[in-house]
Design a protein around this ligand. Sequence first.
Ligand code: EPS
Length: 392
Amino acid sequence: MLRYLTAGESHGKCLIAVVEGLPAGLKIDTETMNAELVRRQGGYGRGPRMKIEKDEVELLSGTRKGLSIGSPVSLKIRNLDYSIEDLPELTRARPGHADLAGAMKHGFHDMRNVLERASARETAARVAAGALTKTLLKEFNIDVLGYVVGIGGFLATAIPGDPQELQRCRDSSPLYCPDKEAERGMMGRIKEAEKAGDTVGGIIEVAAFGVPPGLGSYAQWTERLDGRLARAVMAVQAIKGVEIGLGFEVAERLGSLVHDEIFYDKIPLSPPLEKGDIGALKGLTSGFYRKTNNAGGLEGGVTNGEPVVLRAAMKPIPTLRKPLSSVELSSKTPVQAAAERSDVCAVPAASVVVEAVVAFELASAFLEKFGGDSLQEVKRNYTGYLGQIKGL
Ligand code: EPS
């Protein structure tokens, strides 16, 4: 079973991740993880904290000579803004943050104890853990890409269907948004919010290409991969909604305009590829294919060989320079919520986090199906399975 835990406070000494269940023989290099951490720190709209931090992974266990050895991999990311003992008490809860709910839960007078762990700083550890699983998925030609498709009401429409092109467009954008025109509107909205002392949220899309059919299970509700993905994504700070494939739009359409019709062709289709033919590009030619992907690659909680596509809605960050009404915790008098230093828009950063947690869930389902104690064993199992689906 692949699983991970994180530890660490926002202004504590460091963040920690412990990842258990990786097969032996997987390349573990800090460079790949650090590149993801740099992306998470970036994106237009980030606040002053990111000028202080320089997130880097230090591997503590589970590797030897650059390869995993089948024992838990633990890693550390140092906080450069380490000041937890000296920070002032927080007694004016910010609406939308975990401050008040957490204080009531634990009986804290100082909500700093809540903020420190609830903070999205923790997502650096999740990104590092996710990067390990992206390396694993890459061994099987599976690419997971997270990108921004909406900020403050501006929506991307031109999203390339080809993974390489999609990644190129995303990586050339300061907002990690593949649509240049939508990006202009988004930038303007962030600037307006910044001037007004306000914040903006947005929509993140994640597409996983080259995912084989058969991951997850319809046999038990806990194993349905759509449910597992939704849980992992909803558990990212500030995410308030998740959609798979067409998502909420399925409720408005007739069945004939929702379900992806099934076709079969013994000869793999050649490029230029349609949206539903990405599996063919990656060598997953079972022969079955779809011309649409409204299901987002999941039917009955099981992957169907089409790209897995989901979206997440992120709320605007609750720390506002123009604070909202709140109540002082001891006196119960009306006050303005605490106005801490923060980001105006962290949607690009969150796209890196959502990508990481999706990669982790997919890798977990992948190892459940093809699992072995070494990468070599997983590869043998996977190759055998590809032969099996071709021979259906
Ligand atoms: C966060 C508040 C800000 C963000 C932080 C999340 O930190 P600070 O209070 O130190 O200025 O920058 O995000 C990160 C530190 C990060 O690494 O993403 C919050 O309260 O959630």
